[in-house]
Design a protein around this ligand. Structure first.
Ligand code: SF4
Length: 376
């Protein structure tokens, strides 16, 4: 950022800072709106920090309606820290299958073991001890401490960023460090103000933080927000200035990178060959059919000959799976090989398993789709 841009941003934030002082008046109407309009989500029926932690980790990058059945299955199988700490990695990965971003579940496993050994099997009860847990950042730490313990810790996620930038009319990039730092300071002030207004039997830090996220999820949505139904519409600068569709300002995303993979379902005597992804790579611990990333023009037969010692006559196209991971758009071309003799797969480590055995393994979602093509 140039010095003139910095000056402009400082000036804008100064004006916005004044507006931020005035938006303390959102707290009461927002709490009232939340008490009347919040969704009935299963993790809202508990204040168990473990259950809230599980929901918050699952909700990262994932929609609420997708998370609900996963959370319910998870809480049945691993109802507490000890059961998770004692679980086998293969079992937790299997239960997480389909949610994606698998480092989340590995970090949860590590964190559970850490809590058992360092925190006497009790979930830590302040931000200072929650933040060092693997996979817990400032947002998740704030969510756990405010929702489970009603501590006045702020949270800023995508929903909160959208609501606050619109309320305050912030026209600078919502990704810039100065804007994000500023929003954290506003959120901090608001949640502390909420708790200062708390009456007996109320849990204002928990309710206020959840209300901000709920408003962003249900009313102040990215496109065509429902301003006429918004409890804060009289206080919203973006609405007053007719800039709702322009805010938050989001820099253009880097374009997607295309990648092509060629893979093989190799069948021999009612078994198929699968490999486990090594620990050092993305989706570590998941199983998959052998596949290789290749340049656009490389023929599948060339890959088969080089890696499997199989000739063209044995390849049959099975399916193409297109899927996106972060900024990558992947194309997976799968070929079926029905071998009459046991193939010599000297360069591959893996197992020959029956269809029902493969079904029970944790598979990446692309390879689960391949398996489903075989079954149905
Ligand atoms: S008035 Fe509209 S833009 Fe402003 S906070 Fe409410 S929903 Fe969002």
């Amino acid at each position: 950022m140039s010095s003139s841009q910095r000056c402009r941003l400082a000036g804008v934030l100064c004006v916005v800072r004044i507006a931020a002082m005035q938006i303390r008046s959102i707290v009461i109407p927002l709490l009232k709106w939340f008490s009347e309009n919040s969704r009935d989500l299963p993790w809202r029926k508990t204040i168990d920090p473990y259950a809230i932690w599980v929901s918050e980790i699952m909700l990262q990058q994932t929609q609420v309606k997708t998370v609900i059945p996963y959370w319910e299955r998870w809480m049945k199988q691993f109802p507490n820290i000890i059961s998770l700490a004692n679980a086998q990695e293969e079992d937790i990965i299997k239960l997480w299958e389909g949610l994606g971003y698998y480092s989340r579940v590995r970090n949860m496993h590590k964190a559970a073991r850490n809590i058992v050994t360092k925190h006497n099997e009790r979930f830590p009860c302040d931000l200072e001890h929650v933040l060092p847990l693997p996979g817990v950042g400032r947002y998740t730490g704030g969510a756990i401490c405010s929702i489970a313990y009603n501590q006045p810790e702020p949270i800023v996620d995508g929903n909160v960023i959208r609501v606050l930038t619109r309320l305050l009319g912030i026209e600078e990039s919502s990704k810039s460090k100065s804007v994000i730092d500023f929003l954290w300071s506003v959120a901090d002030d608001l949640v502390k103000h909420a708790i200062s207004l708390q009456k007996p039997m109320q849990r204002n830090a928990s309710s206020f933080n959840q209300a901000m996220m709920e408003l962003g999820a249900l009313v102040c949505i990215p496109k065509n927000p429902l301003c006429n139904h918004c409890p804060l519409k009289e206080r919203c600068i973006a609405r007053k200035e007719k800039k709702v569709e322009m805010i938050p300002v989001v820099p253009k995303r880097a374009s997607l990178t295309k990648r092509r993979f060629v893979g093989f379902v190799i069948c021999w005597r009612n078994k198929m060959f699968v490999s486990r992804r090594p620990n050092s790579v993305v989706n570590a611990g998941f199983w998959e059919f052998p596949n290789w990333e290749v340049a656009t023009k490389v023929e599948a037969v060339t890959i088969a000959e080089a890696n499997l010692s199989l000739s063209q006559a044995e390849l049959k196209p099975l399916c193409v799976i297109n899927h996106s991971i972060t900024r990558y758009r992947n194309r997976l071309e799968i070929f079926l090989i029905k071998a009459s003799r046991k193939p010599h797969l000297a360069n591959l480590s893996g197992k020959w398993l029956s269809e029902s055995e493969v079904k029970e393994l944790p598979l990446t979602s692309a390879h689960r789709k391949v398996l489903n093509k075989l079954i149905f």
